[in-house]
Design a protein around this ligand. Structure first.
Ligand SMILES: Cc1cc2nc3c(=O)[nH]c(=O)nc-3n(C[C@H](O)[C@H](O)[C@H](O)COP(=O)(O)O)c2cc1C
Length: 392
């Protein structure tokens, strides 16, 4: 029997992440929901990110005297309550006012790390100031390397200990919703403006009194007169730098004394090379299906990547995680933690900080129940033998 979807708007009544996605859809203007939900081209990778979980089924052990479950884990030397990280997503202020602050507060409450996007609508200093939060900062390498150098210094001054470099977005993915929903960058079509009128709550929350939120960490990358979101979008497009390569990672490794994470890798050989360069962790990711369509899923390469990097660096994965069962499959295949993109964004759009907290509680309960049913009471005890592969 198919699960009956929740039809209301109270985020606390959501039973699962898909319920939160449905509430988000009811709350957001069409063009904002598509920004959150969409993938690149035909969205094959977006669909594969879900389908890939069917390649593995559980083989539970039942007589193992399971005790209270301990979901805590060590990420880059710090103890955290769950094997989860809220990953970097840009322009969160368009989902709800102060979206980054709400995500970060929920991460802090759940004792998991939060990663601020380079294209965030909150300043990195405001995030660093949140009490008790393990904040990590994501950066892009723009053509203007002087900006990158200054941004890295700014992160150091603000007290960040961990930098994340995203490597899969040096060329912007083909996201057709952008072309369909906007006349020009960030200028919705008439059809979208009419739909916007059906979302007065969102207008009051996000647009009044200041209009569209602006980027707070791009500094002098944006020339005078290009500070608006429209101007900034055009500049970011021109600044993406496809010449990004291993020398840039080595340059950053030399310059940055803290932990360094490379995000966006799908080749086990590249994961191995990153580990050899002294990178502290790799995020196997296809950017949630928003960049290269037909790309494989992190789960397709995770076992080989784990084998190649061994214990030299931590391995994180993202793209497509919506349920605790899926998280547990990735952990059993060798991931140290799972980064969340849309799962917590649905919560954010559905109910602000409370919605994110609810999303994390849902996942926590699902992970707890799943490992218990598998006959395991500690995350560290999960092994590939808990899975049956259908890949032959
Ligand atoms: C709305 C949205 C904005 C994103 N912005 C960024 C970003 O600024 N930097 C980045 O490294 N990744 C970005 N990502 C990719 C996420 O960090 C992550 O890789 C992806 O969402 C994982 O897939 P999932 O959404 O299926 O969990 C974004 C993803 C979404 C959905």
């Amino acid at each position: 029997m198919k699960r009956r979807p929740y039809a209301g708007t109270d985020c606390r009544k959501a039973l699962n992440i898909q319920d939160l996605a449905r509430i988000a859809r009811r709350r957001l203007p069409h063009f904002v929901f598509e920004y959150l939900e969409g993938g690149a081209d035909d969205e094959r990778t977006l669909r594969h990110n879900q389908a890939v979980f069917d390649d593995y089924l559980f083989e539970p052990r039942t007589l193992t005297r399971v005790g209270p479950r301990d979901l805590s884990t060590t990420l880059l030397g710090k103890r955290h309550a769950l094997p989860l990280v809220i990953g970097p997503t840009g322009y969160n202020g368009m989902l709800t006012r102060n979206g980054d602050l709400k995500l970060a507060a929920a991460a802090s409450g759940a004792n998991i790390p939060f990663v601020l996007s380079n294209v965030a609508t909150t300043s990195l200093e405001d995030i660093a100031a949140i009490e008790g939060l393990n904040a990590w900062m994501q950066i892009y390498f723009y053509r203007d390397r002087d900006y990158v150098r200054k941004l890295v210094e700014r992160c150091q001054t603000a007290g960040y200990e961990t930098l994340v470099v995203t490597t899969d977005s040096a060329i912007y993915g083909n996201r057709e919703w952008d072309l369909r929903n906007f006349r020009k960058p960030m200028q919705p079509t008439l059809r979208n403006l009419v739909h916007l009128l059906t979302r007065p709550g969102w207008i009051a929350d996000v647009l009044i009194p200041d209009g569209m939120p602006t980027f707070k960490n791009l500094g002098d990358l944006l020339p005078p007169g290009k500070q608006s979101v429209q101007g900034a979008s055009a500049v970011i497009g021109q600044q993406l730098d496809p010449t990004l390569n291993w020398d840039d990672i080595a340059w950053l490794r030399d310059r940055w004394p803290g932990k360094l994470i490379v995000k966006g890798i799908l080749s086990p050989a590249e994961a191995e090379r990153a580990a050899a360069l002294g990178v502290d962790a790799v995020v196997l990711s296809n950017h949630g299906g928003r960049q290269l369509d037909h790309a494989c899923s992190p789960l397709d390469v995770l076992p080989e990547a784990r084998e190649r990097v061994g214990e030299r660096c931590q391995l994180f994965v993202d793209s497509g995680f919506r349920q605790g069962t899926e998280v547990v499959k990735a952990l059993a295949l060798g991931a140290d933690a799972i980064w969340l993109g849309r799962a917590t964004l649905y919560g954010l759009a559905a109910g602000g900080q409370a919605g994110v907290e609810h999303a994390l509680e849902i996942l926590q309960r699902e992970i707890d129940r799943t490992i218990g049913l598998l006959g395991v009471d500690r995350i560290a005890d999960l092994e590939a033998s808990a899975l049956v592969s259908r890949r032959g």
